[in-house]
Design a protein around this ligand. Structure first.
Ligand SMILES: [Zn+2]
Length: 79
């Protein structure tokens, strides 16, 4: 029998293996869809200290810029 979880954003129940389960700040969070996860984290970020977020945004932005750059270089080589 599958376990059921309840979405923390909208209260919708979902089966184990579906939806998104994340552990953040020592808390287990359940979302039935990406949309609900996005809504939740958007609000968390809006409530968080700006200085803390700035560093995180900068770091993640840089990381993905590098990933995109690497992909582009690989694509160029194929042509
Ligand atoms: Zn939901």
């Amino acid at each position: 029998m599958a376990n059921y979880f309840e979405c923390n954003t909208c209260g919708r129940p979902f089966k184990e293996g579906q939806g998104i389960i994340l552990t953040l700040a020592g808390k287990k969070l359940f979302f039935h869809s990406k949309g609900c996860a996005y809504k939740f984290f958007k609000e968390v970020l809006e409530l968080s200290d700006k200085d803390c977020i700035d560093d995180g945004v900068e770091e993640v932005l840089k990381k993905y810029e590098e990933v995109i750059e690497t992909k582009r270089k690989k694509a160029e080589k194929k042509i």
